[in-house]
Design a protein around this ligand. Sequence first.
Ligand SMILES: [Zn+2]
Length: 444
Amino acid sequence: MKFMRYFSNSYNRRSIVVGALFFSLLFNFQHASYAYTQREYKRFQHSIVDYRSRLNPRYEKVRRKRTKYIIVHTSELGLKMTLKVVSKGKRLRNGRRTPGGHANYVIARNGRTYRILDKKYEADHAGLSMWNGEKDISQISIGIELVGYHYTPITERQYRSVGMLIDILQRVYGLNDRAVLTHSQVAYGPPNRWFRKRQRGRKRCADNFIREKAGLGPTWQYDPDVRAGRLMADLQLSKIYYGRRKYYAKMDDANVITRTNTAWSIAGEDYDSQSTVYKFPGGHIYTGDQISERIGWDKIPAKTVVLLNQENSVALIKKDDPIKTISDKLTAWSFAGQSYNEKTTVYFLPSGRIKNGSMISDWDDLPAKTKLIIGYRGPYTVGKGRSAYQIAGFEYNDRKTIYYLPPSKLLAGDKINDFNGLPKGTLIFIPNTLYKKNKGLLAN
Ligand SMILES: [Zn+2]
């Protein structure tokens, strides 16, 4: 993963001290601005959606004996799938299903907060985990899922909600800011091809959580289990959490393979899972379980895009169709990545509305069955004296030239038989690449 440097290397010691002082003042000031009024806390508490009735009845509720930590996760899914998985359960690698109860709270990207399981009960959220010598952190912590991926920014509204929720929980259980940790901080895993011994880097989730934005003070200055020799450190995670300089994970391309951003640093324990998808720059697509035999872990080409939790949707990703369809599992981010809000990404909503990316507030706000095309110009309206050929040139009947036929049909150029019979109001979208090539031909 690439990191933004907070302080430059060349600063001398004194300027670092002065700078640190300045920043601590700044953060204290910001800290103060995150204290909300009683009314705001009340309003927030009343706004929490009660989702407890959707919990899988097979989940056995156990009262927590001690509450020492609050653990923040990113769900690595869109809202609908997140709610389903944490309430009803998920399929494990061995084919069995869990009985749900995987979080106490879920916070959607628009800030809406859901209560999945009463805070007094243990949620099954941290898995194999350890902190300060203590194992099985689920038994002694509350789990909060932020909807989104660890390689997409957490929204301001999520920070506001999670900040308030944490404040409330801290007051109830008497916890300080150091009691708030992310899942990637506390998870650990068995040895694997990268580590000889038990190691910290099993999970990446919430490594993009910026504590100050949730009104929290700094985390621990070191990883207690690494320091005590109980676990091997994970280089990326230590840099993010305990580095001498302050690093923030850089979001752009954080799920793209580079020399330093390996399959392991992106996917953690899911690197070789069947539900992890590797989109090679040449267009080939493999699942995690195919890499070692077909490619080899050290031979994944740079620029390969890695997508997590793509169980059952691999076929859809593989489909080399310029028209993509959003589902509960495949979000706008799964298809378009950071281009989701660019003008050249065009969305066709089930309601019939057409929006370009710049009109979208968040990639998780689009309903299932929304179709999208990525890297397009348009729309160009077919009309009197303006034929498809005049708009798209020789590529008018190409599979990459997209036609919108009112009221709601979306077709590729090679699927249209009668170009003279296009209905009134037909719109054409042409790929960016073609637009650049044919600039002279195209009239806006
Ligand atoms: Zn997690």
